[in-house]
Design a protein around this ligand. Sequence first.
Ligand SMILES: NC(=O)c1ccc[n+]([C@@H]2O[C@H](COP(=O)([O-])OP(=O)(O)OC[C@H]3O[C@@H](n4cnc5c(N)ncnc54)[C@H](OP(=O)(O)O)[C@@H]3O)[C@@H](O)[C@H]2O)c1
Length: 262
Amino acid sequence: MKGTALVTGASSGIGRELAREFARHGHDLVLVARSKQRLEALAGEIRDAHGVQVHVIVLDLGKVGAAKTLHGRVRQKRLTVDILVNNAGFGLNGAFVENTFKDEAGLLQLNINALVELCHFFGREMVERRNGYIMNVASSAGFQPGPLMSSYYASKAFVLHFSEGIAEELRSAGVFVSALCPGATHSDFFERAGMQDVPLASGGLIPVMEARDVARIAYRGLERRRVIVIPGFMNKLLAFSNRLGPRALTRKIAMRINRKPN
Ligand SMILES: NC(=O)c1ccc[n+]([C@@H]2O[C@H](COP(=O)([O-])OP(=O)(O)OC[C@H]3O[C@@H](n4cnc5c(N)ncnc54)[C@H](OP(=O)(O)O)[C@@H]3O)[C@@H](O)[C@H]2O)c1
């Protein structure tokens, strides 16, 4: 694997560690997120540590049309994206009808629409070059329904199934697609979703992984052309047991681990 990697959501958590991991393997980078200062600090750190080229694009990918804007900015800079890492995403906790529809729609816009559009824009160019890699960050949540985070779990099921679908379509064109399915991971995710105190985030049931370890496993998975990458033994076991267990039970357990204490 070689060339430039574009990482969305590179300003914190898993995306920041993915950027560091790609740089460690000698890839030039395009870092995308909304937080300019965080991106520039990371870009400086990576340039100093690895001597690779790092471009920063500050953009809100949650806005309709943002994927097209990003594609345009990459072209303006005359860059070729060899590896697209669709990592930007967020979760929303609470009963669906009690959340505002604006928030629910915003989640679907970022977690699904922006990701799909970026796969289309950059995927087409990869097919023309008959070379490229796409890593879409799904979640262990993609293997099951998730009451109290219903849209989030469903968005990740979409990412997982969509990625598997295009992986088969693009294989013969020399473009390889991987769906990364992390379980609970230390990052800003739970705080942003307002759910630091739910059982899922505490690690009481399933150990919470370090973002650095998730990124290492993700990179290795992409390099080895694994279509589905699930970091951590417990997360693999859970994904497998979801296939065997009754769905009614899975729904009830998910509701319990996503519920805030009273
Ligand atoms: N942490 C977990 O337990 C876990 C488990 C499974 C899957 N995941 C998935 O992993 C991915 C990364 O999450 P994380 O855990 O690393 O959380 P995080 O620390 O909150 O990072 C989220 C990243 O997405 C960016 N982002 C959010 N909204 C954006 C927008 N509108 N436009 C552009 N960038 C935006 C954020 O940057 P700015 O705020 O600077 O824009 C940040 O860089 C997500 O897709 C998440 O669903 C996380």
